[in-house]
Design a protein. Structure first.
Length: 196
């Protein structure tokens, strides 16, 4: 849902119910948003370093999610589907529903290995929730997911992509032509799921 200060996204994960993303952050805006969001599991992402965001947060809010980066890339004009094969022993499923394309990688036995999603918003697309289970890392699954997602977005007319990356994710994305634009700091209301 667009707002004057950014967007609100229904995430729907345990401990991460909703996310407010500020396209520009200042103390008054951050205070207003965090004072009105009082339910646990609400997150805020802002394009400022942690030391700038932390003093602006309302009581009950704290920094969470670690260091992050806003990244962007031009999406492939050619289809990357054929460029990245699914590694032996894995199955990849992709589907689109409600404007969001999801990719899910499982082992031949059906065990979760990797996932991600992308939403096309006109000429741009937003990548979110890309993760690889630690037991299946270093096998090209993150690259596979990203190639399939960006190819799907390009097929839908998107020419540019954006995402929020962790330091580990940034390393992968940079090898795929993505570039860091700004720091991306997260905060949340309630206990940090990583600490529970």
């Amino acid at each position: 849902m667009p707002r004057t200060w950014g967007f609100t996204i229904d995430v729907g994960l345990p401990g991460h119910v909703m996310r407010h993303v500020l396209h520009s952050a200042d103390e008054a805006t951050v205070r207003k948003v965090t004072e009105h969001a009082t339910a646990p599991g609400v997150w805020l992402k802002a394009l400022v370093p942690p030391e700038a965001l932390e003093p602006w947060l309302a009581p009950g809010w704290h920094l969470a999610g670690g260091t992050g980066y806003l990244m962007s890339a031009s999406l492939p004009k050619t289809h990357a589907r054929a460029l990245t094969e699914t590694p032996a022993g894995y199955r990849l499923n992709t589907w689109t529903r409600g404007g969001v394309t999801r990719a899910l990688v499982r082992t031949a036995e059906g065990v979760f290995a990797a996932r991600g999603q992308i939403a096309v918003t006109g000429a741009s697309a937003v990548v979110d929730q890309v993760e690889t289970d630690p037991a299946h890392q270093r096998r090209g699954l993150g690259r596979l997911v990203m190639c399939r997602l960006t190819a799907a977005a390009a097929e839908q007319g998107a020419t540019a992509g954006v995402l929020g990356a962790t330091p580990e994710g940034r390393a992968l994305y940079e090898t795929m032509g993505w570039r860091a634009l700004a720091p991306l700091t997260g905060a949340m209301r309630g206990p940090d799921p990583a600490e529970t």
